[in-house]
Ligand binder design. Sequence first.
Ligand SMILES: [Fe+2]
Length: 160
Amino acid sequence: MEKARIAGLVHDCARDLPPDVSRKLVAQWGISLDEIEVAEPKLIHGPLGCEYARRQLGINDPEILNAIRFHATGRVDMSLLEKVIYVADCIEPGRVYRGVANIREAAGRNLDEALIMCQDQKLLFLIKKGAMIHPRAIDARNSTLMHCRVAREALVKGVD
Ligand SMILES: [Fe+2]
């Protein structure tokens, strides 16, 4: 719980940095970005936030750092803490999109069920917006479905 508190508090620590500062820190700290991260600058705050938390905030716990790093896309075989932060980010009180109440309710019942709902919601949102989708987000969704019966069942239920 302590790790979740810390990761929850700092996961967006690099989100509101001015773009020129973000670019400078990425170069200065040697953070390697792939072409999708470069093309969709919003994605940079995950990997940059991870380094920012380590270097500027003194956080060295790899679990917390990975939860920060992957909170925007998810990834294959997410840890429990990564799932918790990803889902919490999707359903925090400031979120008002259609269906958020259902996901909040699912989160109280089963984390993987809530996770697949969040992943679907995020992918649909990006498609509607015409934004690029990071392949890691697709892989993350497939991984959730591959490993979790509850997530697959939730998806089938949602389609009906
Ligand atoms: Fe974020």
